[in-house]
Ligand binder design. Structure first.
Ligand code: PMP
Length: 372
């Protein structure tokens, strides 16, 4: 099987499974307890936070462990919500775990601005500038698009916002960026940054929210007061330790170069067919590909029989018709339907990628012959 849906999730590293097992079966103590073994675990979690901050390039602030990116995104947005005449700004390219929170804010009566995307999938920087004002409480824009791989210029976005107001905070969903492209939060200047372990060979159900100023955030769940009161509930110790293992063992630059080669190879092979449209815009880990006259879902299903697994954009929204993200970039509803997403990882070989790309073209042509 050749798995090309790594933006949806990745396989756990064997080493991380070993670490997970250790903290699930032997060092399984509750970090909130007061005996020596438990205190050791609590200390271990603090050490993970320090290492994580270092990997994120953050010299100040804190890390809050969560159940994954969906919770981190909800916490950043709902936890920074304040009563009064505040406004919120989101890009239309956001994942549903941000976009649907934005919709909820709208329902609650807040003024919410949605900023469109450029043809290459980046946020429309001028439009963003035009909606930010002194009443802006939070701007939330993702680092790398899970749909297209487009990379937003976060430093530029923060600059635009800070030039207009000192009141606004900035949240970035970094799920498809962290451990894949270089991330330096001090340089980016953001207030909140979301990560999720299962996107970079860690376990599912564990993630974190970087918080520059914990006082600016309120908890959205109530309970025992873990994580400085910002996220009650016994920490997923085994998951956090496995996440730490992966982060400490990953070589972001080396993987980036390797995956870049793989992506170029796939893009070259696919683009040889004039009916195939390869959107290759930013991160080497993700490309969106359109196949003239053929439904992407039909192609995806046909490819399964050849042991090739591809994605249909965000797995969370894959079942919904239409696609606000690609449509905002200028694709018609019909064109959107012809697209699939290929997403890579560093363990794929050139041979596998070559084989998959050739097979995708072959299967596409077979379907095209039947339907045209
Ligand atoms: N944000 C982005 C950009 C994503 O790609 C995903 C996963 N599809 C999420 C958030 C949600 O992540 P999790 O599964 O950890 O809740």
């Amino acid at each position: 099987m050749i798995y090309l849906d790594n933006a949806a999730t990745t396989a756990m590293l064997e080493g991380a499974v070993g670490v997970y097992q250790k903290y699930a079966c032997q060092s399984f103590y509750n970090p909130s307890a007061n005996y020596r073994e438990a205190i050791e675990i609590a200390k271990g979690l603090q050490d993970v936070k320090l290492r994580l901050k270092q990997k994120l390039g953050a010299s100040v602030g804190d890390v809050v462990f969560t159940s994954g990116a969906t919770e981190s995104n909800n916490l950043a947005i709902m936890g920074s919500k304040r009563n009064g005449k505040w406004e919120y700004v989101f890009s239309v390219g956001e994942h549903p775990s941000v976009y649907n929170v934005a919709k909820e804010l709208e329902l609650q009566g807040f003024k919410v601005h949605f900023v469109g995307l450029s043809p290459t999938g980046e946020v429309d920087y001028e439009m963003l500038e035009s909606v930010v004002n002194d009443r802006t409480r939070l701007v939330s824009v993702m680092h790398v698009s899970n749909e297209t791989g487009a990379i937003n210029d976060i430093q530029r976005i923060v600059g635009i916002i800070k030039d207009k107001t000192q009141n606004a905070m900035v949240h970035v969903d970094g799920v498809q960026a962290f451990c894949k492209i270089p991330v330096d939060l001090d340089a980016l200047g953001v207030d909140f940054y979301t990560i999720s372990a299962h996107k970079f060979h860690g376990p599912k159900g564990v993630g974190a929210l970087y918080v520059k100023n914990p006082k600016a955030l309120k908890n959205i769940v109530f309970g025992g007061g873990q994580e400085g009161g910002l996220r009650s509930g016994t920490e997923n110790v085994a998951g956090i330790m496995a996440l730490d293992y992966v982060v400490e063992n990953i070589n972001v630059d080396e993987n980036y170069n390797k995956v870049m080669q793989l992506k170029r190879l796939a893009a070259e092979i696919l683009a040889e067919d004039e009916n195939v449209d390869v959107l290759d815009v930013g991160s080497p880990y993700i490309i969106s590909v359109g196949f003239k006259g053929v439904n992407g879902e039909t192609l995806m299903r046909a490819l399964q029989d050849y042991g090739i697994i591809v994605g249909m954009g965000s797995a969370c929204s894959a079942k919904k018709s239409g696609n606000r993200i690609l449509e905002s970039m200028g694709y018609s509803k019909d064109a959107v339907k012809t697209r699939i997403r290929l997403s890579f990882n560093e363990f794929l070989t050139e041979q596998e990628v070559c084989e998959a790309a050739n097979q995708i073209i072959k299967v596409y042509r077979e379907i095209w012959e039947k339907v045209k």
